[in-house]
Design a protein around this ligand. Structure first.
Ligand code: IVH
Length: 700
């Protein structure tokens, strides 16, 4: 390449571009090859496109692993060129340190609330007022679902997400940008071509509702209960609580979503029709709820409202009504607002699906994991067209919080397909009887226990019929005893026909016996018998994991087997002995003791011994020495190896794989979608490597 007139070749001409980097003393310029910058930008654009297809349109074009591969490439490039990381890069959804508090931000235009109406008459009044005030004979409306979440305003500057602010009191909200960024459907950047749709303002605001799906809500509550934490009452509270987490990593784990319904530039709505605003938002890459309708008459509006009242259960998120907005946004200004709400929109609220009834009894129901859930038997009552005769009370904390007793009159509520809940006691019975958790499992008579920091009571007997099916599936799992062919169809039959009463009974099954089951050919019966026989050789570490002791996962199983060398020694270990084992704390050691203290569990173990399973660790696991003494942490999805495979390879080479990053960690192996461990590694300055480098270290 030729030089320029001054004899120097400009960095650009050499294919190198100067990049401003913030350093302690201000900004300095670093030179980066142009091709790398280009490659990074191309990757980001591709990833953004695929995130939009996946999270907004729900219509992915590439597989998860292809997406992960792109993300991993970007992560690697950004790790090599940290000066090129921008806040709107797809890798920056979860980042930064936990906040101390959320700064207050004033909204550019008030975030008003909406007037509620509860009847068709009220809605007719609204329509009449709008027509009278605007002097028009008829007015077009847009009807949208009223999502039950929390409203949020996002500001974009030159296409990049600048901040996300809660509604607050309508004029001042809280800046929760780091949390908003964790919502995968929220675009972090909107390119110039798309901004043209609304006239390319330098700054604009997109407003919408942050929600949690019912599915995500149920999953989150199940996890909270398992961890001994209180449940959230409904998805809206859960979404609001998640947005107010000071640590964005906690928000990221909550699977929130966001739908957009308003657009502002310079404090006003830039387009002439609200229907066009929704289309523009969608075209710019925002998620807009598809269930909306332009209604040219009042009857069309009523039809939409009625249609969604009966269909609302089919949605994966909760709605509490329909929002009706005048379509012509010029009328918005003419109509103006009252002190609290605009005159051009109104919410039609659906009646709450609640009813009052009497608690006839409270009993404990044993679930598939052994958890005892208090359930109220109710005097049957109609709730929005469905007869309800039971309601869940979730757990003892909830029973105490509600103060509910047998005989009380209670308010119950139904939402979606979920089991009805008790909201509150409306009239306590004079002679109300308190519910007590039974000391013995109502299904098997086994011991019922609650560990200190936990909400749930559980039956500790692994052979409890209520738990048995789940225990068998876990026992047979690939990473446990690896009994291929023992799926839930077979397990259901084995338990229902009384052929298997505990995991040890699997070892007395015969080919003839199995062949009698439905959908079981002779050949597959023989295969299953062989698989079961083969599983007897599994190492004690696998057996310990397979027993399904609470909190004892695969890794803990290995550590316990290595430490004690035999199942019998483990069974005799005291809690003090147990806490000596790496990664075993008081909670785990208590669970282990509890397991071996249950007589029925000890009986199962004796049966397993008689069946010839391996209780003794024969020798210390053979390990290579390439990575001897090296500590690894895996994070994110690797392009070719599964996490298990990578772990096994590292361990076979003498290395150790731990769950969290510390100063002692030698390498963090980074895959796509890496989370908090990556940040921790950065903060602690631990070496980060990709799969390629791991493979090199392993000498493969
Ligand atoms: S428009 C900030 N459209 O309902 C005011 N609101 O009860 C935005 N909501 O605060 C009003 N779905 O949180 C609008 N399609 C929708 C909505 C919606 C849910 C919420 C919003 C508002 C509340 C008023």
């Amino acid at each position: 390449m030729r030089g320029n007139e001054t004899g120097r070749v400009s960095p650009e001409r050499r294919g190198i571009i100067p990049v401003k980097v913030l350093s302690g003393k201000g900004s300095i310029e670093v030179c980066v090859p142009k091709s790398i910058q280009k490659e990074i930008e191309k990757l980001r654009a591709d990833i953004r496109y695929h995130e939009h297809r996946y999270y907004v349109l729900d219509d992915p074009e590439i597989s998860d692993s292809e997406y992960d591969r792109l993300m991993r490439q970007l992560l690697e490039l950004e790790a090599q060129h940290p000066e090129l990381v921008t806040p709107d890069s797809p890798t920056q959804r979860v980042g930064g340190q936990p906040a101390e508090e959320f700064p207050k931000v004033r909204h550019s235009a008030l975030m008003l609330s909406i007037d509620n109406t509860y009847s068709v008459e009220d809605l007719r009044d609204f329509d009449r007022r709008v027509r009278e005030l605007s002097g028009r004979a008829s007015v077009e409306y847009v009807a949208e679902l009223k999502l039950d979440g929390l409203s949020m305003s996002l500001t974009y500057e030159e296409g990049a997400l600048l901040h996300g602010v809660t509604r607050g009191d309508g004029s001042v909200g809280e800046d929760v940008t780091t949390n908003v960024k964790t919502i995968r459907s929220v675009p972090l950047r909107i390119d110039a071509a798309k901004r043209k749709i609304i006239g390319s303002p330098g700054r604009f605001e997109a407003r919408g509702e942050v929600i949690m799906t019912r599915k995500a809500f149920e999953q989150m509550n199940a996890q909270r209960e398992a961890a001994g934490e209180a449940r959230f009452a409904n998805p809206r509270n859960a979404a609001a609580g998640s947005m107010r987490q000071l640590d964005p990593r906690l928000t990221a784990a909550r699977k929130l979503d966001m739908y957009f319904y308003a657009l502002l530039a310079g404090g006003r709505t830039p387009l002439a029709l609200h229907s066009k605003t929704l289309e523009a938002l969608a075209a710019m890459g925002f998620k807009v709820n598809p269930h909306r309708q332009l209604c040219k008459s009042f009857d069309e509006l009523l039809a939409f409202i009625q249609q969604w009242e009966s269909k609302r259960d089919s949605l994966d998120y909760e709605i509490d009504g329909i929002v009706v907005k005048v379509n012509d946004t010029r009328l918005w200004e003419e109509l103006g607002t009252t002190a609290k709400s605009p005159r051009w929109e109104v919410a039609f609220k659906y009646p709450a699906r609640q009813a009052t009834t009497k608690v006839l009894d409270i009993r404990a129901q044993v679930g598939r994991t052994g958890t005892l859930t208090p359930v109220a038997d109710l005097e049957p009552v109609d709730v929005g067209g469905v007869t309800v005769s039971h309601a869940t009370l979730h757990n003892m904390d909830e029973v105490e919080r509600l103060g509910v007793k047998i005989g009380d009159s209670v308010l119950i509520q139904r939402a979606g397909e979920v089991i009805p809940q008790v909201v509150k006691v409306v009239k306590p019975a004079e002679d109300g009887r308190a519910f007590k958790m039974p000391a013995k499992c109502p299904v098997c008579g086994g011991e019922v226990r609650r560990s200190e920091e936990e909400v749930a009571y559980r039956c500790v007997n692994v052979a409890c019929p209520a738990r048995l099916k789940e225990s068998l599936l876990h026992f047979a799992g690939r990473r446990a005893m690896n009994i291929d062919g023992l799926g839930d169809k077979i397990v259901d039959q084995l338990v229902d026909k009384g052929l298997v009463r505990d995991v040890a009974d699997l070892y007395s099954l015969t080919q003839e016996g199995l062949a009698k089951l439905e959908r079981m050919a002779e050949k597959s019966a023989q295969n299953l018998v062989d698989e079961i026989e083969n599983s007897k050789k599994a190492e004690p570490a696998r057996l310990i994991f397979a027993l399904g002791i609470r909190f004892v996962g695969e890794q803990t199983g290995k550590l316990l087997a290595d430490h004690f060398g035999s199942l019998d020694k483990l069974a005799k270990a005291t809690e003090e002995d147990l806490v000596q084992v790496e990664e075993v704390g008081p909670r785990v050691s208590e669970a282990i003791r509890e397991f071996f203290d249950e007589k029925r569990n000890r009986e199962v173990i004796e049966k397993l011994r008689k069946a010839g399973l391996r209780f003794e660790q024969e020798q210390v696991r053979k390990t290579g020495s390439k990575l001897a003494g090296k500590q690894f942490v895996l994070t994110g999805t690797l392009p070719t190896y599964s996490r298990d495979e990578a772990k096994r390879m590292i361990e076979e080479a003498g290395g150790r794989v731990l769950g969290s990053v510390s100063k002692k960690t030698d390498y963090v192996v980074v895959g796509a979608d890496a989370g908090s461990k990556l940040d921790k590694a950065r903060t602690l300055g631990v070496e980060m490597i990709g799969e390629g480098e791991l493979v090199k270290l392993l000498g493969l």
